[in-house]
Design a protein around this ligand. Sequence first.
Ligand SMILES: Cc1cc2nc3c(=O)[nH]c(=O)nc-3n(C[C@H](O)[C@H](O)[C@H](O)COP(=O)(O)O)c2cc1C
Length: 242
Amino acid sequence: MNTTAHSDLWPAFQQANRSRRAIREFQATRISSEDIYDLVGEAAFAPSSGNLQPYEFHWVRTPSAKEAVARACNGQRAASTAAELLVVVASPALGKKTALTQLAYIDSYSSMEPKSKEYHRKQIGKFQKILGIGGSLLLSPALFIAAMIRPTLSLLPIGPIGSRHWAARNAMFAAQTLMLGAAAKGIDSCPMEGFSATKVAAILNLPRGSVVPLVIALGYRADTARIEKRWRRSMMDVVVPH
Ligand SMILES: Cc1cc2nc3c(=O)[nH]c(=O)nc-3n(C[C@H](O)[C@H](O)[C@H](O)COP(=O)(O)O)c2cc1C
């Protein structure tokens, strides 16, 4: 695609981006399965570290589970009125699983250039090492001490805590892509971190080591939904030229 073709996308992107708002009251109208799968399908194209995609979207469909998750979202109206609830689940284990699936894919891809195969195997191997050896329990206190001395090291994906943060960070790219996709389809959303992760994990029976960075409420905005005035910092505050 040439530069001109890319620039044609800008108005559509801007429109979708500007129409995505945090909506906190929804109509009862459900969202079709096709739309949900379309959105998750696009979210999967989000970038991730080492392409390890260490996340899942748990679509909470049964009324009892949906009610329980909404209650675990501190009773937020966005959750209790949501037509659909998607729980973003992340874990280093999902990253490790993706690494194996991806290696099998590379091995079976006969027409992939040897150089590409080599590149992917090396990349995946590097991340397997980080998530494998780096997952050692002993490294969490080591990371804590290192981060106290050098705060910029706080985000290293080592130790059980560091690697869970890593997984959650990666999941958020997919979550944002999903919400932008929803906006492009005229579907509203509300990202929520105001919930009890322990309760949500218990309701969904998540394996130990999982973290829940976000619950996403989806639906069509109610006529009575209050849309807050949108405020952002000035470019001067956001861009720091060096
Ligand atoms: C990580 C994250 C957590 C959030 N948690 C909540 C939440 O628990 N409840 C809520 O009503 N909004 C929540 N929001 C929505 C923000 O309040 C909202 O995005 C912000 O005010 C900007 O408004 P806009 O999204 O309409 O532009 C969250 C947003 C993000 C990114």
